[in-house]
Ligand binder design. Structure first.
Ligand code: SF4
Length: 347
């Protein structure tokens, strides 16, 4: 029964649209995004700065800052409509069902309170019946779980007394102390050196398996995605241009932007003379986005239709789809070939 539950959908996002109403005009930061996330699943959201990946995640937990507004679509968490919840319901939801960790732990940790104090408060804020003693015990267990040693000493220390990697672990402990069902990690390892980054990713994967959480991992780094994610959504200029299981995205990408991201990523199996190829051009001016495909001004394969119409999604495999006119052309050519083969067999 438990296993059955874990395969169910935890989160469903349908045609989500988020706009920022600025004095210069409307910025469609998230423009029609659809995906779902199961319990026990890790989804990476990849894209460059300004692609809308963080805005999208903040909308889920009701932390969208003014002048941002959800203007369309739906967000459903365990079957409940998140957009219909009141502000106080959302505070409760954020503390008990979902946790968020950020690139900079100092945005979460209060410099004037000890680590122990902050962990205990995070727990007791949403579990009023937990005694101080039990909260301290849970806090120390949590610190041990995230690989921090000498926990009694750490409980009494202040954030500035810890290293960057250790602060990040404390933030993960704080996020997980209430056993959230969903963890949103926004570039949580970007500021760390590679060794610590690998340790933190391994730790998150271990805790995710133990607690059966769903994780949304926001990053611009495809290497991190390969380490931890089951599936990936690639965002460009507020749109999800490709989505699929992690292996499909890496071995059979369908969108030129995804291909560009892969070419610009260092690989351990690359020959020493292979150069990384950056994606030429600049990101879209979101106040004046192009008419058709938003990637067209940077795409080497852009055609006339790309400048006129946004391509619809093409299914490329199970759970794998991409929005690109090239894939549509390919699909039509394949259908034509099939017809011709059928025709010649009938003769
Ligand atoms: Fe390039 Fe056209 Fe595909 Fe957009 S739709 S990515 S411009 S080929």
């Amino acid at each position: 029964m438990e296993q059955e539950k874990k395969a169910e959908k935890l989160l469903e996002v349908k045609d989500l649209q988020v706009s920022f109403f600025t004095p210069a005009g409307e910025v469609k930061a998230v423009n029609g995004i659809t995906y779902d996330l199961n319990y026990n699943e890790v989804m990476g959201i990849v894209g460059e700065s300004g692609s809308g990946k963080s805005v999208e995640a903040y909308s889920i937990i009701g932390l969208l800052q003014s002048p941002g507004k959800v203007v369309g679509g739906s967000i459903t968490f365990e079957g409940e409509d998140m957009l219909a919840k009141s502000a106080s319901d959302m505070i409760e939801f954020r503390g008990s069902q979902v946790a968020m960790i950020f690139q900079n732990p100092m945005t979460c940790l209060n410099p004037v309170y000890t680590i122990g104090n902050q962990l205990m408060e995070a727990l007791r804020a949403h579990n009023k019946d937990v005694s101080k003693e039990d909260a301290a015990k849970r806090a120390m267990e949590m610190l041990e779980q995230v690989g921090i040693n000498n926990v009694e000493k750490r409980m009494k220390q202040y954030p500035h007394e810890l290293s960057g990697g250790m602060r990040q672990r404390v933030m993960i402990a704080m996020g997980l102390i209430c056993h959230p069902k969903l963890l949103i990690a926004d570039e949580p390892t970007t500021a760390l050196d590679v060794t610590i980054q690998a340790q933190i990713l391994e730790l998150m994967k271990k805790l995710q398996e133990k607690n059966h959480m769903g994780i949304i991992f926001i990053t611009h780094n495809l290497g991190v995605v390969a380490e931890i994610c089951d599936k990936v959504s690639v965002m460009y200029a507020g749109k999800m241009v490709e989505q699929g299981p992690v292996d499909d995205i890496f071995y059979n990408p369908g969108h030129p932007y995804t291909k560009g991201l892969l070419r610009s990523m260092p690989r351990v199996d690359a020959e020493s003379y292979e150069r990384l190829i950056p994606i030429e051009g600049t990101p879209v001016d979101m106040l004046n986005p192009p008419e058709g495909c938003p990637f067209a001004p940077r795409c080497e394969q852009a055609m006339k239709i790309c400048l006129q119409k946004m391509p619809p999604y093409v299914e490329m495999g199970e759970g794998h789809r991409a929005a690109c006119w090239l894939r549509i052309q390919e699909q039509l050519e394949n259908q034509q070939k099939e017809k011709e083969t059928e025709g010649s067999e009938d003769e």
